[in-house]
Design a protein around this ligand. Sequence first.
Ligand code: TYM
Length: 337
Amino acid sequence: MSDKKIILSGIQPSGAITLGNYLGAVSNWVKLQNDPESLYECYYMVADLHALTVRQEAKVLRKRVLDTYALLIACGLDPEKTMVFIQSQVPAHAELAWILSCYTQFGELSRMTQFKDKAQKHKDNVNAGLFTYPVLMAADILLYQADLVPVGIDQKQHLELARDVAIRFNNTYSPTFKVPEPFTVKETSKIMSLTDPTKKMSKSDTNENSTIAILDDRDTIIRKFKRAVTDSFAEIRFAPGEEGREGVTNLLSIYSAVTGRAMDACVSEFSGKGYGDLKLAVGEAVSDALAHVRERFAEVSADKAYLERMYTENSQRAQYISNKTLSKVYRKVGLIR
Ligand code: TYM
């Protein structure tokens, strides 16, 4: 057996992938894949079953799943060395989710803040899937015996639930699941909306000026940053947690992340300058950082045969790995396989 740490994470194909997804999650996935000491075995998936919790149009969803898959490759994941797969192509996810739902309490799921927010937003469709969504996410993680789960801060509560369910199951039977740890990079674990920097940047935001989509062109990116909401202090300072300064703090976090430079150096660069300079510099730096993703996406998404071969091979591998855990679980709970 390999002693590499297992990494698992996922992304929903529920809208255009944003700069928040990129900085908070996907760029870290690429770094873990490319770790020079090769310490990690990485599994990443397009979480299409999760996207069904909100009403989707079939044709649009199908395209988004494939585009998201291609985009992950464009961002730097290599499906020949990292298992990049599509969740619904691996039946064990739905199978384990049912079993784990019998080991998850109604009260635990009722406390999930994302459920409360989404139920509020989609009052006409508060379906059972929206409620049990964290159980499916627990199944995604536990099936692969993941050690680390690289996510943004908004997924931390779901991850704690996955840990609780794993511990409960292990205590009820015998050690079955690895208990996973979250992996977040503090500086980028919550990129904020450009129009309301007290809210996270989200792919489901209906105001497109709030988000930067990874595939936005240069002019669009620069225009959106120029319009970003800041404040009236007229002082470029990094002030996490300080009320009223969320906008500038967010711009600086983004700038530091995409340029790879330390925050102190970024702040000094703007001493004596105004918000207009900061916004322009961030827009240009983001566009530069994403340019190669846009180019690569055009190539990868055009090669349908390559994409199909990659997701088919990787989904078969994912089926093989996940079935090992599922068989163990069937045996422990008393099902005949
Ligand atoms: P999703 O699709 O909402 O987001 C994908 C990843 O992007 C992170 N993220 C952010 N990070 C920083 N700032 C933001 N504004 C921001 N917005 C999103 C998310 O934290 C996430 O890491 N339930 C998951 C997908 C999932 C999953 C899993 C993740 C399904 N199964 C198993 C890990 C393990 C979700 O909806 O992510």
